[in-house]
Design a protein around this ligand. Structure first.
Ligand code: SAH
Length: 251
């Protein structure tokens, strides 16, 4: 199989997966090996970046609560690198389109007439849970799953979300960026009718050696997170499917 050549002056938006470099796609490795510059975010692991050889590394990412580059600045840098005739990899944790603002970056490239390629990645909310022994769907437990971000661009939990409807809509709720708002989210889900003892799993640094897993319930989630010290980046899954971990935990 011949993987594509990387033409000079293009930007390839590449998913880096949740951390374990073994979860990179062949297209991702092919892109990194040919890149002149890799513009990456905070969630990309050192093992993944190692595939970029001696390409220049530019860290332009966002970190919750810390000063971070504005999206226009990131877009401008991608355009400038492409116009300089470089092979630009924009490397983003997980899948570039899953709460990653990948679409905004692609639209900036489109507007500027810069050619691009999109390399999907394994998202933390599926692959990270799988490493913890939790399937996001399973025929006997849940046939639907909902992916949500726990905060919006203001950093607040999304007021616009109808949490009661979310609780009814899917057998499994997978939350990204939710750690700071767990108390509020859990309260709203319980108020909306979800059982207070619904199993909750928190997986931080999923797929990496420093991974931590916390098993709790909706009513205890916020307190247990606080007491355990488990931190971001973390995925929170809510639903009975978490119980399969008892038999499916591996690694
Ligand atoms: N595009 C990424 C998500 C970016 S939003 C993806 O598809 O996975 C950032 C959030 O992703 C984090 O706050 C956390 O909720 C989640 N996340 C990313 N990598 C993770 C990891 N290795 N372990 C646990 N959560 C992770």
């Amino acid at each position: 199989m011949k993987l594509p050549d990387f033409p000079a002056g293009e930007v390839w938006l590449v998913g880096a997966g949740p951390g374990d470099a073994g979860l990179l796609t062949l297209h991702a490795v092919n892109a990194l090996e040919q890149a002149d510059v890799v513009v990456h975010d905070a969630l990309v692991s050192a093992d993944v970046l190692a595939f970029a050889g001696d390409a220049e590394r530019v860290f332009l990412g966002k970190r919750g609560g810390k000063p971070s580059p504005k999206q226009p600045e990131i877009n401008a840098r991608l355009l400038a690198e492409a116009r300089a005739g470089r092979r630009v990899v924009r490397l983003k944790g997980g899948d570039p389109f899953m709460f990653g603002r990948g679409a905004e970056e692609v639209l900036a490239l489109v507007a500027a007439g810069v050619k691009f390629r999109i390399v999907p990645g394994i998202t933390a909310g599926i692959g990270g849970l799988a490493y913890a022994g939790v399937p996001v769907t399973s025929r006997d437990v849940n046939s639907s799953v909902i992916f949500l971000t726990g905060h919006d661009h203001t950093g607040l939990s999304p007021e616009g979300i109808d949490w009661a409807a979310v609780g009814r809509a899917a057998g499994m709720i997978v939350l990204y960026m939710a750690m700071r708002h767990m108390a509020e989210i859990a309260d709203k889900l319980v108020a909306g009718g979800l059982a207070a003892d619904t199993p909750v799993l928190v997986v931080s640094h999923a797929t990496l050696p420093e991974a931590q897993v916390l098993e709790t319930t909706l009513e205890r989630a916020a307190a247990d997170i606080g007491a355990s010290g488990i931190g971001a980046p973390a995925i929170v899954s809510i639903g009975r499917g978490n119980l399969l971990r008892e038999r499916m935990a591996w690694g």
